[in-house]
Every structure is written in C-alpha cells, then in structure tokens.
Design a protein around this ligand. Structure first.
Ligand code: ADP
Ligand code: MG
Length: 566
C-alpha cells in the first residue's frame, strides 16, 4: 500500500496530461482517514466511471459487536449505511470538472430493504464501494480537483454518513427492529395458514403510476380490515399489529373500476420485500413465494409445457414443449404460470388488467357458439382449483368482470371506495340463486411439472456480452430483452446482480444436468454465503448489486433468447 505523500506526488505529476494517464493511479493508498482502492480506472471522462473502495476502521463508527454477528441485522445495517452515504454523496454531485467527471456515485436504495454490495462490514473494517468520475477538463486531467475530491470531498462524505460523532444510532436501531419485525411477520404467516397480511392504517396507493413513494396522507384512504378477516400479531419488538389476513386457497378481489383492486394486489406483490419506515406498506407482508403472473405478448418462451392450458395450436403444433420468440397473450400467460411453478411459486397473483381475457374465462354463450373441440384453451377458471388441490398453489385474483369466478373462490373481498369488505357470504347466496351455465373445459388433469435443464455454452463458443441497461431491460449479445413486466423486480441493482449471477452460472455451473430451479436457488445461496464479490467478474466488488429473489433470476433467464433448454 502506498502513502498519502506518494499519492499526492503521483497526482500532481498527472496535471494537464491526457486522461488515459489516470490509469497509473490503479492500486491502494493510505490517505489517513481512509484507505483508497482504485480497482478499475476509466479510459476517458465519458466511459464507464472508475470503481473505487474506501476502507475505514470499524472504530470510525463503532457498532455494537452483537449486531455484527447477526446476518439479519447486518442486512438492515448495510441498507441503512447505504442510504446515509447516498444522501451525503448527493450533495457533491458533479462539482469537479466537465462531463461526468467529478461525480461521486453511491447506489440508491428505493423503498425496500435489501442485502447490498455497497457496504461491506468485515474484519474490523467498513468498506464503501462506489463509482466516481475522475475530474477532467475536456480530456485533460485536473489534478487539483482530483486531489480535492479524494482529500476533502470523500473524507467529508465519510464523516457526514459514518462517523460515530453524529451518527443516529437510535434511528438505526429502529431500522433494524422494523426489519426483524417484518421478517418475523413473514415467517409467521404460513403457521396461521395465511399468504399475506395488510395491517390497519397501511397506505397502499402510490404517488403515481411511475413512483414507488406513498400517496400523500391527505389523499390516501388508509386500510382497515373487515372483522371477519382480521388477524393480530405480536412482533419481536413488542409492537402489536392487527389487519387483514389472506388465507390459502382462492381469493377474489372484486369491486367497481377505480376502487383500488389493482393497488391492493400490487401491495401484496411487493410484500415479498420489507419496506422502510414511512413507506405506508411497512406491515403489508406476503410469503416469499408469491409471484405476479401476467400476459406479455411478443415475449420469448423456451420449451415450456403449457399443454395444461393450451392443448394444441393451429396446424397441430404440440404445446408440451412450447417455444416461440413471439408469444400471444394467452400462450405468454400460460407460460408465465408454468415457469413460476417451476421456480417454486406457491401463490399466483393475477390481475384482470394484465391478463388475456380468453385465457381467464370462456362463458356459456361463447361455449355454445364455438364448440370446445375447436378451442385449444382450457381457461384458468377451470384449472385454478386443481392448482390448489393438486399442487398446493393458491391464487389471489383481481376479477371485476366475471361472476363465474365466484364458483371457484374460497374468499371474496370487495373493495368499496378503497375499503375492503368480506362479501364471501353474499357471493355464496348469489351462486345459489343464479346457477352457473358454463361447463368446465378441463378434460384431462394437469400433468405433473416437467423439469427443464439449461444447456451449457457449446464448446469453443464464448459467452456473449450481457449487461443490465436499466431496471427494465438488459442486452445479451445483440438482443435487447425487455423485463419491464417483472413487477417484483424493484431495483436496477437487482437486475445487475441477476446478470452477474447468470454470467457466473453459464461459465461455471450450468452443466446440462442441473435444473433451472436448482441453479437459481444455488445462486442466491452462494451470494448470501460468500458475498457479492463472488459473482463480480473484476478485481474488488461493484457497489451496485442488491439481492433479487431466486424466482426473479429464473423469470429473467426465461426471457433470454440465448437460453438453450433440454
Ligand atoms: P381498480 O384496479 O379497482 O380499477 P386501482 O387500484 O387502479 O383501481 O386504483 C385506482 C386509483 O385509485 C389509482 O390512482 C390508485 O392510486 C388510487 N387508490 C387506490 N387505493 C387508494 C387508497 N386507499 N386511497 C387513495 N387512493 C387510492
Ligand atoms: Mg385495476
């Protein structure tokens, strides 16, 4: 490791030189307050920024050692420190030089608490991982600005966010306690036969369709559970929460348009994650195996057995191993369900707004007009009970338009002006007074799931470039892959992690004999145990990884065109 004096000398010698010469700074320097590791240095001011690690002694912050030996606690601590570092670094953005130079970038956590690579607490040290834009004037090095960045700005950021002198320990304690309470709640659900819980007082509505922030207190109608569905939990912190429990089985969410049905389903989908204090969904918790499935025409499907839902295609094409690069609404939704099951989904969340109508239902009149023998689709309504009884898979469905679904429901929740009412009894009475006219179209039982085995890259071929472009897309070779429909993928950093995991798997783990479900389980396990650096392809570790569910790894993988399946 080099000294501070050496670092200063090096930098001064670079002043005014071409940007490329920054490369000579690669290495580690003891800068007093912290140790600087420059792992990858950008080639020009507009290229991918420089990746760096800042290491301070644990004593800088001095967290209680009992917190550090506890994995659950550590996730909350790292998340909290990342939020503070992000806020502190924000004030220094782009103050030193032209273009992207001068930027100090820390990963930005959104509303969810996730395991992250942005901070690593280990061996009596705290390591902060960030990206920075080394200061430039055009393509010339500005050494004075770089010196100020490393010797003034960064020490200030570390002081503002991590120094024990003004660290809000009580706030961190609350952050940890909430995280523990939420995990406890999630783990307690199945013991009570529940899939999800929404506490009284929750704010489910968001600021807008593109914002994950809560709707203002004044405009939001707070959630109040109907008495018949009320459950109460005492949490590890001592807090008591009471609210609506959604039971295993088949739950319908009904109600008029714009009364909050989709909002409730979205809140349940996001309940697989823990939300920060102030989010409104702190105690809106769902079991980890909830998967939102939907139609997405145009997507790719690779060798999925959708024959339980779609028997054959025009020209007699089989659907037991269905592949297409351009699925229709109904085939994409059928594939989404089978893929989710294969990845371990135990609860399907389906919204009529994002479903193919012909996949969900065919009513009596349509059955009369178009004979069943001419319709390859077995609609979901004729499979939903079987999924529960035969496969243990529950469904929570938003259905505003088809009363035929009342016949398959175990619970019916109506949203009335955003308030939930239990209308299961009323629904039963209607079923008795108005008999069902349609006939079931399931003429053979659902076949057992078929396991799929991803194939390794053929000998002599190398892995194509794979990179997350945003939260919504990635590229693989020349292909652009749209993953915007994966609603339970929250952060771009989760997608970046998935990409790194898949790259790792394809190079080291996929052997043609391991199933997709096993591989994605392994990937989350190994990263949890070994840390994010395990899948990082370069020296050091990027600070821009956050933990996905293993299910999302599979959902992304299924959309990649280069995937070869047996
Ligand atoms: P639906 O699916 O029943 O048509 P949505 O869930 O899409 O209705 O909600 C319609 C609108 O009402 C959305 O803009 C949503 O943000 C808002 N909204 C939903 N729930 C609430 C609530 N509890 N309080 C205030 N506004 C809400
Ligand atoms: Mg809706």
């Amino acid at each position: 490791m080099e000294s501070k004096a050496h670092f200063e000398r090096l930098l001064r010698g670079l002043d005014g030189k071409s940007y490329q010469q920054y490369k000579s700074l690669a290495g580690a320097f003891d800068l007093g307050v912290y140790t600087l590791h420059l792992d990858h240095i950008q080639a020009d001011p507009f290229a991918f920024p420089t990746t760096a690690r800042l290491v301070v002694p644990a004593d800088f912050l001095r967290l209680p050692s009992s917190w550090l030996s506890d994995q659950e606690c550590m996730v909350a601590i790292v998340d909290f420190l990342t939020r503070r570092l992000f806020e502190a670094a924000k004030t220094f953005r782009n103050r030193r030089g032209s273009g992207r130079s001068g930027a100090l970038l820390i990963d930005q956590p959104l509303q969810t608490v996730l395991a992250r690579s942005s901070v690593l607490i280990e061996n009596e040290t705290i390591e902060v991982r960030l990206s920075l834009g080394l200061p430039a004037d055009g393509r010339k090095i500005r050494a004075k600005e770089a010196e100020a960045m490393f010797l003034e700005d960064i020490p200030m950021i570390l002081d503002m966010s991590l120094s024990r002198r003004h660290f809000p320990f009580a706030e961190l304690e609350d952050h940890i306690a909430l995280h523990r309470d939420q995990n406890y709640l999630r783990n307690s659900l199945s013991k009570k036969g529940l899939l999800a819980f929404i506490a009284d007082g929750s704010i489910l509505a968001r600021k807008s369709g593109i914002s994950d922030l809560p709707l203002d207190e004044d405009s939001a109608v707070k959630f109040v559970a109907p008495d018949t569905l009320r459950v109460t939990f005492t949490l590890p912190s001592g807090k008591i929460v009471s609210g609506m429990g959604i039971r295993e089985g088949i739950t319908l969410i009904v109600g008029g348009g714009f009364h909050g049905k989709s909002t409730l389903l979205q809140a349940i989908a996001s309940g697989v994650y823990n939300h920060i204090s102030g989010d409104g969904r702190e105690y809106c918790i769902a079991v980890d195996t909830c998967v939102k499935v939907r139609a997405q025409d145009g997507r790719r499907v690779s060798r999925v057995d959708i024959s339980g839902f779609i028997a054959h295609l025009p020209k007699g094409r089989s659907t037991q191993s269905f592949s297409t690069s351009d699925a229709s609404g109904s085939t994409s939704q059928a594939a989404a369900i089978v893929e989710a099951m294969e990845l371990g989904a135990q609860v399907l969340l389906i919204d009529e707004d994002t479903s193919a109508t012909n996949f969900m239902i065919r009513d009596a009149r349509m059955q009369k007009l178009v004979d069943t023998s001419k319709e390859p689709i077995t609609p979901f309504i004729d499979r939903v009970k079987e999924l529960y009884r035969g496969f243990g898979i529950s469904s929570i469905l938003v259905i505003g338009g088809s009363g035929d679904y009342l016949d398959v429901a175990t619970t019916v929740i109506m949203l009335d002006e955003y308030q939930p009412l239990d209308v299961t009894k009323e629904a039963r009475a209607i079923m008795e007074s108005m008999p069902l006219l349609r006939k079931s179209e399931a003429n053979a039982p659902l076949a057992p799931l078929r396991t799929r085995f991803p194939q390794p890259i053929p000998e002599g071929k190398s892995l194509e470039r794979m990179e997350a472009k945003s939260r919504f897309s990635l590229v693989y070779g020349e292909e652009f892959i749209d993953v915007s429909v994966l609603e339970q993928l929250i952060e771009e950093s989760q997608l970046r992690t998935i990409v790194a995991m898949l790259r790792y798997a394809m190079q080291n783990y996929v052997d043609g004999r391991r199933s997709m479900a096993d591989i994605v389980q392994y990937l989350t396990k190994i990263v949890r145990e070994e840390g994010f650096a395990f899948i990082n392809p370069y020296e050091g570790c990027s600070g821009f990884y956050s933990m996905p569910r293993s299910i999302e790894i599979g959902l992304v993988w299924n959309r990649i065109r280069g995937l070869k399946i047996r």
